[in-house]
Design a protein. Structure first.
Length: 81
C-alpha cells in the first residue's frame, strides 16, 4: 500500500523533481533498473496533476531524463556509445 500524497499541485511537482534527481543519481552509480523505476514513479506522479496545473519545465525534465535513460539502456550507433 502506498502512502497517499497531498493533492496540492505544487507539492506533487516538488516530489516529481526529487524523483527526477533520483534518476540522475542512480544513473551516475550505474543502478539502471532502479533509475527506470524512479523515472516511472516521477512520470506517474506527474500524470496525477489536476488538469491545468502542469509545468512545462518539469515536463521537459521528465522527457529529457527518459531520453537519457533510453540512450543508456538501448544504445545504438546514433547515441555515439
Amino acid at each position: 500500500m502506498s502512502f497517499p500524497l497531498p493533492r496540492d499541485a505544487d507539492f506533487i511537482k516538488e516530489v516529481v523533481g526529487f524523483w527526477i534527481d533520483d534518476v540522475d543519481d542512480r544513473i551516475q552509480i550505474n543502478l539502471l533498473e532502479d533509475a527506470e523505476h524512479s523515472w516511472r514513479t516521477a512520470n506517474d506522479l506527474y500524470l496525477t496533476l489536476p488538469p491545468g496545473t502542469g509545468d512545462m519545465e518539469l515536463e521537459d525534465r521528465i522527457f529529457a531524463t527518459r531520453v537519457k535513460l533510453d540512450n543508456i539502456l538501448h544504445p545504438t550507433n546514433e547515441n555515439n556509445l
